[in-house]
Write a protein that binds this ligand. Sequence first.
Ligand code: NAD
Length: 462
Amino acid sequence: MQTLKFADTVAQQRSYFETDATKSIDFRRDNLQKLKRILRDHEIELHRAIEADFNKSYFETFLAEFARLSIDIEHTIRNLKKWSRKRRAPTNIINFPATSYLVPEPLGVCLIIGTWNFPYQISLSPLVSCIAAGNTAIVKPSELASNTSSAMARIINDAFPPEYIHVIEGGVDETSVLLEQRFDKIFFTGSTRVGRIVYRAAAEHLTPVTLELGGKGPAIVNDDCNLEQSVKRLVWAKYLNAGQVCIAPDYVLVHESIRDAFLSSAKKSIEQYSYSLENGNYVQIINESNFKRLVNLIDYDKVYCGGKTDAEFRYIEPTIMINVSPDDPVMQEEIFGPIMPVLSFSSVDEAVNIVRRYPKPLALYVFACSSQFKKHILDKLSFGTGAINDAVMQTTNPYLPFGGVGESGMGSAHGKAGFDSFSHYKSILAKPFWLDSNLRYSPYSERKLKVVKWIAGWGRRR
Ligand code: NAD
């Protein structure tokens, strides 16, 4: 039954896409403006839903959800015309006389699958790029944040016709049925484990995918950094959303000579941020199973500070663990919660070797002043996105593409990179009729071969 319903929505969207209605710049701009308008009109309802899922304050909802989406939409509207224009490319001598260019075109019917940790931003930011590129979309938010998922379905399905944009709610069963359909693009945000399932399903229809996945992202703190500033930024980034952030620093590698100073400064910083569920500076863990998973990762013999938990409110105090080894359970999986294991290193190569024990991370942060140290880390380690002397903030710059590498994902999101993810670039060579060299046509000759070899640079020694 569900298969038929979903297949029907996809078919409706395909027919609508084929009318070309979604392709004009005016249409795209109007719908981006409409998306922003409905978010603003339903701001309170959307905030109530996120409060019910996480106990998240309005301030944090605004900062991490509405502000991010607003920046995305404004940036996209401002650049829409430029991005949608055909782009000239140089023409090589073989093709003289000709012009060459690239024409962006929408891919068609797109599926966007989201996570629960920043439910609006993660499902709707790809939708912004999807609309901008001229596609239709089915959005499947995460069932784990059930209130925000329902709020999005209600608000978006009221505002947009199903043949253009439609939110489908559900979990594994619904997503599995959706993944059987033929889409022209799948944009998935989630775990590496489910990323593999999505990639396999997409291969069936040769559907292009963007996979925004996770991983263990380190923060590397060198002895020459400004410790106070580094700790202030790092602690904020780690415990934002109670650590349920894909680009949060998962673990910290700190130079052994400043380890003790780092720890006491981090503890002080946690106190200053005044994290509590009552005052709105902190959030709950999303559900019971994640709460239990996280509690099991805390080794109480290694807790430096924090460690208090409350199952009724799914609360885990911001926690720092020390004397952690790369073989400890907390270092075997992405934490995605408010636990900060601190490991120390004595040389930059030791830090590099620890990071290399894990798959390529989505995010990496370096806190250091020495240019040599920073260069060494950037040269030696592969990761998706990062920051120097800060953490998480790189994602707020729409000029920076966002995405992983290796097990942390493929493809990019945000700004122009997001637009490109939902576009195909047709490459065109345009020739006039006024000149036609006979070089490529038979009958072939030695003389023609010589000219071709010269043009191709065959005789040039390198
Ligand atoms: P998840 O992979 O469990 O779920 C993501 C989505 O996939 C949900 O919509 C869910 O309904 C669906 N899903 C789950 N199991 C499925 C299955 N078997 N078949 C088909 N669909 C399935 O991820 P999560 O727990 O919601 O989110 C946490 C993970 O997401 C972390 O690894 C985190 O790093 C990552 N993440 C990445 C980014 C990014 O931008 N790279 C952003 C946020 C979260």
